[in-house]
Design a protein around this ligand. Sequence first.
Ligand code: SAM
Length: 195
Amino acid sequence: FITGKRKATEVAHSVWRSIVQKGDTVVDATCGNGYDTLALLKMVADESGQGCVYGMDIQDSAIESTSSMLENSVNFHERKLVKLFSICHSKMEDIVPKDVPIRLVAFNLGYLPGGDKTIITESRTTEMALHAASKILRSHGLISIMVYVGHPGGREEFETVQSFASILPAETWVTCKFEMINRPAAPVLVLLYKK
Ligand code: SAM
């Protein structure tokens, strides 16, 4: 990251790797083409068949894309650890069982690369989803949000995420962001860690 050679998503994956353990249950709140879902699956899947990834996207085409990405990349046993839903992430509490502690909720906001650029995450539902994520997250868990500021509405969405992060109580939460100071249009990684 510091040498400018790594993509922002790779930086996010390195942070996730430092938090997520084998056997954990995690949530991918924006599956898209499935790259993050696959990375998460590799982090949680253990040899005894434990570990689970709940994945969701508002677009059926994204769920299909994620599903075929997994079929081509992992074996049947690992594939069974991923549960995919075509649903708005503001409704994540409807699909994640209440008694399951969630180690990580990952958001990669914006539009589906190679897809319809008019279908985009929006401030209102992103904020609702962040509230839901903060409720289902276990202690020593992380909410990771990759925010793109270069498209219309992106900067406003970033402000929404930042406002949400700033009001979380410091006794319970550590909140921070990675941003490139001399590349103002580069994506910003916001991290919310529950103590
Ligand atoms: N994580 C993905 C990957 O690894 O390929 C990339 C995600 S892409 C930048 C953002 C995704 O968010 C799009 O697929 C889009 O359909 C989805 N999305 C937009 N609004 C959403 C919502 N309200 N709930 C869930 N997903 C949403």
